[in-house]
Design a protein around this ligand. Structure first.
Ligand code: MIC
Ligand code: SF4
Length: 642
């Protein structure tokens, strides 16, 4: 029986377990990446493990999220990351060099290698044929120290692309169509593998748009084969030696099969407040628009921005619209500057932002009250833009650009004029903003510089035997990590300070949660299905941990968040019978006895709701390793005990 491409890469990296779907496997990690909003914590964890030097083939730290410096905090964090990287063997991409996923694809991604990153959009690397997975900071720290990375062996879904996109329909519309079909929880426990004649028409950056936003499916990762288009991209990046041809065997067996005919696809938009609330642009046409933002790790490549520049050239942004553009990398921005396209953008009235995440993570450019904002980004969760009552629509660069001109949602096919951006034969290459680590001989001389906002990783203790706790919060389905631990320009600078950031935990849902949880001492959160979807931020586990949350009991979890809870030593429980969701209310007194024995026995955990006098059976499907992590009080304790 033949293997799929993902299975081939897993097989080559398998250290623990067997490739049996649904069972736990440990894989060797070749490369890691971090960004600054998760990076400080990841490097504090790495330091706590006491390992001198990274043991990966390549580890890179990027500064791209917390780039608004309205106080000392972010600048201090950048300096900490820069010095810690220099000392321990990690390459450092300076602020201004671009968004981690875009730069990694351009300069470091290698087909067939494994990559984990402390950012949920790490699967962007699947566009170049890597097995690239988003993870919590602690998992990345362990991988930097040479430890394997554990996942549940996923099912493999084949998305077969046929035909060719019409002009002004783009890669973004392909992934929006996949989201429409599969939903934000349809990819949990799965890898999405793209095949078919249609992929030949897609360049590496277009493929990367698709694998990037595959994160919104909840998928473990997404991947494209490595073929002549991959070689063309690598050659143009002066990295042809990184190329290997990679594809699935002809007789590979997939668990699911989806066919999309690109020729029939129309421009799409994800409506507020979920990436799978997809409608056609035709249906939404004419809706008044207040803001347009172009950029993010999904859609900020050279080709994307050349297309935008072409649409805007010689025109002016509509009166009522504010247009912001953040190019994905210094390479992209500089190429636009050199060929004059930047001037077309400026001339049309675009507000040019630095090459960073910017508005995507609420670092500035929050829309006006009740504003309608079209964004080429990947997430439109409630409040993420910084304006809670704003309406965010996720669209392609083509839809964004034409709508910026007309002031209303517009189908870009009406503006088709035959223009096509060719892949440059040579990208502009200058890695002067990437700092090499110190040599082994020099590393001891490097002093790691810490600012006062950098507080220690919260200490945890081994799991106790009995837990008496109250329900401190009850939430619905599809809770995102942006609900649990909001981001934005005001809160992100506290990412290195768990006591301070925990004051904002869940405040999008309930402003009193942090005070209540602290007053209760020990508590349990109750939620619906797909709890914790979205980002990889381990702060969504560390802040509840700091506030005394001992267990999270839900209908189902998103993958990375569940792993982060286990890493933090918080019990992830699922209702054995979903109807029991109705048997717990806010404030109920809950009791779990002999918990260590129940975890070890592995038959689920019984919670007694003393307020309602009912017993609730929960599933607690932990592998032997995960049981040991939970019993030790988290992955850091477990790793240090080993
Ligand atoms: C995001 O897009 O939500 C982020 C910000 O990049 C996060 C990481 C973070 O919260 O720091 C992610 O996707 O993992
Ligand atoms: Fe940055 Fe947005 Fe991409 Fe997250 S999704 S890495 S915030 S650009």
């Amino acid at each position: 029986m033949g293997l799929t491409l993902a299975e081939k890469i897993i097989k080559n990296h398998l250290v623990t377990g067997e490739m049996v779907k649904g069972t736990d496997i440990g894989i060797r990690i070749d490369q890691t990446l971090t960004q600054d909003a998760t990076g400080t914590m990841a490097y504090l964890e790495f330091e706590a493990m006491g390992i001198d030097r990274v043991r990966t083939e390549r580890s890179v730290a990027y500064i791209d999220h917390n780039t608004l410096q309205t106080g000392f905090e972010n600048a201090d964090d950048h300096r900490f990351i820069q010095t810690v990287c220099k000392k321990h063997g990690i390459w450092f991409s300076r602020p201004g060099n671009g968004i981690c996923h875009q730069v990694h694809l351009e300069r470091f991604g290698i087909p067939g290698k494994t990559l984990i990153g402390s950012d949920s959009h790490t699967p962007t690397g699947g566009g170049i044929g890597m097995l690239a997975i988003g993870a919590g900071g602690l998992d990345v720290a362990v991988a930097m120290g040479g430890g394997e990375y554990y996942i549940t062996m996923p099912k493999i879904v084949n998305v077969e692309l046929q035909g060719e996109l019409q002009e002004n329909v783009s890669a973004k519309d392909i992934i929006l169509e996949v989201l429409r079909i599969m939903s934000v929880k349809g990819g949990v426990g799965k890898i999405i593998e793209y095949t078919g004649e249609g992929i030949k028409t897609l360049s590496v950056p277009q493929r990367a748009t698709i694998t990037n936003m595959g994160a919104e499916l909840g998928a473990t990762t997404s991947i494209f084969p490595s073929d002549e288009n991959t070689l063309e991209f690598l050659k143009a990046q002066d990295r042809a030696d990184a190329y290997t041809e990679l594809k699935a065997d002809d007789d590979a067996v997939y668990d699911e099969h989806i066919v999309i005919n690109l020729s029939e696809l129309a421009p799409l938009a994800a409506c507020p407040h979920s990436p799978d609330a997809v409608k056609s642009v035709e249906e939404l046409a004419g809706m008044k628009v207040d803001q347009v933002c172009i950029g993010s790790c999904t859609n900020s490549s050279y080709a994307d921005l050349m297309k935008v520049a072409h649409i805007l050239k010689g025109k002016t942004v509509a009166d009522g619209v504010s247009l912001a553009i953040a190019p994905g990398s210094k390479q992209v921005l500089n190429m636009l500057a050199q060929n004059g396209a930047l001037s077309d953008l400026i001339d049309a009235g675009a507000r040019i932002l630095e090459s960073a995440c910017g508005p995507c993570i609420g670092m500035g450019q929050s829309p006006n009250s009740k504003g309608v904002s079209l964004r080429t980004f990947n997430r439109n969760f409630l409040g993420r833009s910084g304006t809670k009552d704003a309406e965010i629509y996720l669209v392609s660069p083509e839809v964004a650009a034409v709508s910026a001109l007309t002031g209303v949602m517009t189908d870009p096919r009406e503006y088709a004029d035959g223009y096509k951006v060719d892949m440059p034969e040579h990208f502009l290459i200058n890695d002067n903003m990437v700092i090499e680590p110190a040599s082994v001989d020099e590393m001891d001389k490097v002093e790691v510089l810490r600012g006062p906002n950098i507080k220690e990783f919260p200490k945890t203790s081994a799991m106790v035997q009995d837990i008496s706790a109250s329900c401190s919060l009850k939430v619905d389905d599809n809770i995102t990590t942006d609900h649990i631990m909001p981001a934005g320009a005001k809160i992100l600078p506290l990412r290195s300070n768990i006591p301070a950031i925990s004051e904002h935990c869940f405040t999008v849902c309930d402003t009193k949660f942090p005070t209540r949880a602290k007053a209760l001492g020990s508590s349990i959160i109750v939620g619906g299905s797909n709890y914790g979807q979205g980002s990889s931020r381990e702060h969504a586990a560390l802040a509840p941990l700091y506030l005394g949350v001992k267990a999270v009991l839900v209908k189902s979890f998103a993958r990375i968040h569940r792993a982060n809870l286990i890493n933090a030593g918080i019990l992830p429980l699922e209702f054995a019978d979903e109807n029991d969701y109705n048997n717990i209310d806010l404030g109920d007194n809950l009791y779990i006895e002999n918990i260590r024995d129940q975890i070890a026995a592995g038959n689920g955990i019984t919670i007694i709701n003393k307020t309602k006098n009912v017993e609730i059976n929960t599933k607690c499907a932990l592998t032997e390793r995960q049981k040991d992590i939970i019993l030790a009080g988290g992955l850091l304790n477990y790793t240090m005990m080993k």
